[in-house]
Design a protein around this ligand. Structure first.
Ligand SMILES: [Zn+2]
Length: 144
């Protein structure tokens, strides 16, 4: 299978899989993110306990890329420390900005690596980074 095709399938899979698209019963922080250029709109809920991201989920509407990106992000931050989650957000943003290109380093992003080529589609970059910027804002509140 071609890499591009594999990546497209991962995006579709995350877009259809609703396990991360739900409302949490308990959460410590929530943040709303909006991408006016595409109309993507999402609310992220994060439950942090003892400095660890115990659970996270999103709701909202938007294009396949914005929704898949949120789902992929939630998969990798669950169970991580807040510090670690900040680092993963920066790693993802670094990948999108093409500042980080080392595949071994990017493997930590798991399925979110599928979004690497989005950097070649400037119109979709804002869709891909929406959830990650929203998470960063949410965790900043949590850290205060
Ligand atoms: Zn979008």
């Amino acid at each position: 299978m071609e890499m591009d095709q594999l990546y497209t399938e991962l995006i579709l899979e995350h877009n259809q899989d609703r396990r991360n698209k739900r409302l949490l019963d308990t959460f410590t922080v929530s943040e709303h993110g909006h991408n006016p250029s595409c109309g993507d709109d999402l609310t992220l809920q994060v439950d942090v306990e003892d400095g660890i991201v115990k659970d996270a989920a999103y709701t909202g509407s938007g294009c396949a890329i914005s929704q898949a990106s949120a789902s992929m992000m939630i998969d990798i931050i669950k169970g991580k420390s807040v510090e670690e989650a900040f680092r993963l957000v920066d790693l993802f943003l670094g990948m999108i900005k093409k500042e980080v290109t080392d595949e071994a380093e990017l493997e930590e992003l798991e399925d979110a690596m599928a979004l690497q080529n989005i950097s070649n589609m400037p119109a979709r970059v804002k869709c891909a980074v929406l959830a990650w910027h929203t998470l960063k804002e949410a965790l900043k509140k949590e850290a205060n």
